[in-house]
Design a protein around this ligand. Structure first.
Ligand code: GAR
Length: 223
């Protein structure tokens, strides 16, 4: 049965687009019940509308507290019937009102967590001078950018590269690893042992080494 998703965006929504594309090409067994944004002008909402998906804009500035805003989001997501919350460039800190309301919340972060948590993972990694950065898909817990890691892609930092350039190359991997992680969830192949995410094997994975980085666990056909 298709995984019912609520996708939360604050900006461009290119990760949302990658999820839509994988659903439409049949490689991701999911349906998007709701696309929600805290920014009424987020391009991610326009992307969703182009694909006929239900959207909601809740302007966080209209709420008295973070908790009030989170409660409003919880109400909308529950009403949509979504079972998994997908943070895709959603740039608001979440309170326990939200975290405790859902069994499964996942996030994508543009760095190799636990390094460079926060709002500027790409810029911070480039600025620090690391040689390898990347992207992480993880479960969300009560601490920002902290929950158990599902999949990571490592991306080499090029000499003299700034955060924008690095971020663009990381984004290409984000668009592959996020739908892949969601497909593993849809297949019921993910389990947790302490904070270790275990993936049940299915078939023979593609080579772990790609042209521009390393993805672990390896991507499978279609991603
Ligand atoms: C992505 O790079 C995502 O990893 C990042 O925001 C971007 C959203 O792009 N998220 C964070 O930095 C969360 N801390 P998109 O709107 O094109 O998907």
């Amino acid at each position: 049965m298709a995984l019912k998703l609520a996708v939360l965006v604050s900006g461009s929504g290119s990760n949302l687009q990658s999820i839509i594309d994988r659903i439409e090409d049949g490689s991701l067994d999911a349906e998007i019940r709701l696309v929600l944004s805290n920014k009424p002008d987020a391009y991610g909402l326009t992307r969703a509308e182009k694909h006929g998906l239900p959207t909601v804009a809740l302007d966080h500035t209209a709420y008295a507290s973070r908790e009030d805003f989170d409660a409003a989001m919880v109400q909308k997501i529950n009403a949509s019937g979504a079972e998994v919350v997908v943070l895709a460039g959603f740039m608001r800190l979440l309170t326990p009102v939200f975290i405790d309301a859902f069994a499964t919340i996942v996030n994508i972060h543009p760095a190799l967590l636990p390094s460079f948590a926060g709002c500027h993972g790409q810029r911070d990694a480039a600025g620090y001078g690391v040689k390898i950065s990347g992207a992480t898909v993880h479960f969300v817990d009560e601490i920002m950018d902290h929950g158990p890691v599902i999949i990571q892609a490592a991306v080499p930092v090029l000499s003299g590269e700034d955060g924008d350039s690095l971020g663009a190359r990381i984004l290409e991997f984000e668009h592959r690893i996020y739908p892949q992680a969601l497909q593993w969830l849809a297949q019921g192949r993910i389990s947790l042992k302490d904070r270790h995410v275990l993936l049940a094997e299915a078939g023979i994975p593609k080579a772990a080494l790609c042209a521009h980085g390393l993805v672990n666990p390896p991507l499978e056909d279609g991603f």
